[in-house]
Design a protein around this ligand. Structure first.
Ligand SMILES: [Zn+2]
Length: 345
């Protein structure tokens, strides 16, 4: 399989992570990228450094003021007296009508859902490069490759058009889907990350061209808490084109794979021309975030079922943190995906 990556991901090296009021080491570390790349190489895949297709495909998803903010945030924040080493917002507009502020402290709060996406000196360069990885993998599929894996780090599926959150800044999955939409009338997104893909859902909420499906741990008890419920079905022209399949926290392979069957059946009915998989590996039983209990074999079985859809597919890396099976789970997923392709030919 063609694997796209960027060595620039390591420029984003977040330090700050607040868990239940306690400061902890950031879970989303450069080491993740190294482990995933090593697993892809060991699996014998064709590893390619992503090129640069410019800001256009990113601007097709994200707002101009947000993209401007991401580029200047660290520089402007650093000029504040007593500023922390990373941009960490602590005041937000909340759920009331609000005005966009001029100053960097207000802009930081406007453009962030939480404190889990700190901006350091290399963040913009890293997230821009990660988005290019998704663009290049999509372009490979548009050029006729059956499947490509985008090793994106940091992840993207919690990022809205104008808001970072949950370790995410640019929505790589949405950028891939939008890129594919230029040539294919119907695109499906299947998000198997342990967390609901709230940013992706919001970006395509009013769209009937992109069918977004997410299986994840119940947001009543798990991040992102406020979105990801079964009654969220899209709105306006997009009503009926979003499907959420929440599972009780701690669920194992069988309910997860059963939800996967439902997702795959609904995607089949939508009849997309191309598929994007938001490939979070944090549903693993050994992931430190502990939302679901999926085994390596469970990931492989899911991969085989998705591959059997027979659709041109872009796999976009989302979550998956520093547990003992991170590399193994990616290797198993990619291998089973390729095997599933062979079986359905
Ligand atoms: Zn996740």
């Amino acid at each position: 399989m063609k694997v796209f990556h960027t060595h620039k991901h390591a420029l984003h090296d977040p330090q700050f992570f607040l868990v239940r009021g306690e400061r902890r080491p950031a879970a989303e570390q450069p080491q993740r990228g190294h482990i995933l790349l090593q697993a892809a190489r060991a699996g014998g895949h064709e590893v390619l450094e992503a090129g640069d297709q410019g800001l256009g495909p990113i601007a097709d998803v994200h707002t101009p003021e947000y993209l401007d903010y991401l580029q200047v945030a660290h520089r402007e924040w650093s000029r504040l007296p007593g500023a922390s080493a990373e941009v960490i917002p602590n005041v937000h507009p909340g759920r009331r009508p609000a005005h966009y502020p001029r100053g960097i402290v207000g802009r930081a709060g406007w453009h962030a859902a939480d404190t889990a996406s700190p901006i350091g000196p290399g963040t913009w360069e890293a997230v821009y490069a990660a988005a290019q990885v998704a663009v290049c993998a999509s372009d490979a599929v548009l050029a006729g490759v059956r499947e490509a894996y985008a090793l994106c780090r940091p992840p993207g599926h919690h990022a809205y058009a104008d808001m970072a959150g949950g370790f995410c800044f640019l929505n790589n999955t949405a950028i891939a889907a939008r890129r594919l939409l230029a040539r294919h009338a119907r695109v499906a997104v299947l998000d198997v990350d342990v967390h609901h893909g709230n940013g992706t859902q919001a970006i395509f909420h009013g769209s009937r061209e992109v069918f977004t499906v997410s299986l994840h741990a119940d947001p009543g008890e798990f991040y992102p808490f406020f979105w990801g419920y079964a009654h969220e079905r899209g709105e306006g022209a997009g009503e009926g084109f979003n499907l959420n399949l929440p599972l009780p926290v701690g669920s194992g392979d069988e309910p997860w794979l059963a939800a996967g069957e439902t997702a795959i059946e609904r995607i089949g009915r939508f009849a997309p021309r191309v598929l994007v998989v938001a490939l979070g590996l944090d549903a693993s039983e050994s992931d430190p975030l502990q939302g679901l209990r999926i085994t390596t074999r469970g990931f492989a079985r899911m991969a085989g079922r998705i591959a059997a859809l027979g659709l041109p597919t872009v796999l976009v890396q989302e979550g998956g943190y520093l547990g003992p099976e991170l590399g193994e789970n990616l290797a198993a997923f990619l291998a089973a995906f390729e095997q599933g392709r062979t079986a359905c030919r």
